[in-house]
Ligand binder design. Structure first.
Ligand code: ADP
Ligand code: MG
Length: 313
């Protein structure tokens, strides 16, 4: 059976600013699931990973607003909460699809920890802002009392920042492999995984950090020897000179071309398409056959080479 890792982006969960509720997210997920089910019906083995940035933000904000009455939620636990809740919605919709399609398939969500290195340079230089703006006094108090890293964000106020380290090891990889080997559709590595570090004894503990979901998905795809890494996002294809007058949407790129364009800069925006392209490079250099960037409606078509941007060695 051909095997694919589908990394679904924020647009599969939140369609737009006016559709953010749990029910809205469920509807958006149902839509993406229909396209994934079509692929499963064709005989593909599928592992699904997903983003969780806004969802972690919502939980942290709720936690903040209820301070004084309820305990706060640590960031790693918020990540675990989102893996469960998003996994649940994906799982329920897939099961419903399998019922309608008469498919004899099972699906399971694996709460996934991803080990990062405590000495990763990114850990020593936290730079990814999360949560709401704080006033200076509050920011400094939390830095003092809770060890938060805080920065003054371009004159707009203070914010907490966390590190975005490299994913080193998927802790639950053995069970993920066993599930996919036995034909189960697996939802895992949500939000890039819950970042954990190991101590001298190898004991794990959660850290407040964010792992790039596309990079962690590339690691997953290599670990389960997927044929294809499919990154589903808000655009059908990748553009060169994105947003410029000479913008050009492409059907196919080679690994060497992607590396060259990443180096040149100006093609893939940082924080959105550039990390996807770095994930593609990681997958193909690690032995992967093919990566695809496309949007949810084109998931099945793209694996047949009829949509999206394909990147091959
Ligand atoms: P996701 O939630 O799926 O990770 P992102 O917003 O992080 O989504 O990244 C996808 C977005 O990247 C696209 O919707 C598009 O707006 C933007 N983008 C940046 N550079 C490019 C490019 N070269 N080609 C296509 N889209 C690009
Ligand atoms: Mg993204």
């Amino acid at each position: 059976m051909p095997r694919v890792v589908i990394a679904i982006g924020g647009n599969s969960l939140i369609a737009d600013k006016d559709h953010q509720t749990v029910q809205d997210q469920y509807i958006a997920i149902a839509e993406t699931d229909h396209h994934i089910s079509a692929l499963i019906a064709e005989g593909w083995d599928v592992a699904i990973s997903h983003g969780n940035g806004p969802q972690v933000g919502f939980i942290m904000r709720r936690s903040e607003l209820s301070r004084g009455e309820l305990h706060e939620i640590p960031m790693d636990v918020a990540g675990a909460d989102t893996q469960g809740a998003i996994g649940y919605a994906l799982q329920q919709n897939l099961v419903n699809d399998f019922q309608d399609l008469n498919l004899d398939k099972s699906v399971a969500t694996v709460v996934t920890q991803v080990e990062v290195s405590a000495t990763d340079p990114a850990m020593l230089n936290p730079s990814k802002p999360i949560g709401t703006f704080l006033d200076e006094e509050e920011a400094k108090r939390r830095a003092e009392e809770e060890g938060w890293d805080v920065i003054e964000d371009a004159g707009r106020g203070w914010r907490r920042v966390v590190a975005s380290p490299q994913p080193v090891r998927i802790v639950e990889i053995d069970v993920i492999r066993q599930l996919i080997d036995s034909g189960v559709v697996v939802i895992c590595v949500g939000g890039g995984g819950i970042p954990v570090v190991a101590d001298e004894r190898g004991h794990l503990s959660g850290v407040a950090a964010v792992i790039d979901k596309d990079l962690a998905s590339a690691l997953l795809a290599l670990e389960i020897e997927a044929d294809v890494l499919l990154i589903s996002t808000a655009v059908e294809k990748v553009a060169l000179n994105y947003g410029k007058p000479n913008e050009e949407w492409v059907d196919h790129l080679t690994l060497d071309e992607v590396k060259q364009y990443l180096e040149e800069g100006g093609h893939f925006a940082e924080g959105s398409m550039a990390p996807k392209m770095r994930a593609v490079v990681k997958f193909l250099e690690g032995g992967g056959r093919e990566a695809i960037i496309t949007n949810p409606v084109n998931i099945a078509k793209s694996t047949a080479g009829e949509a999206g941007t394909r990147i091959t060695r």
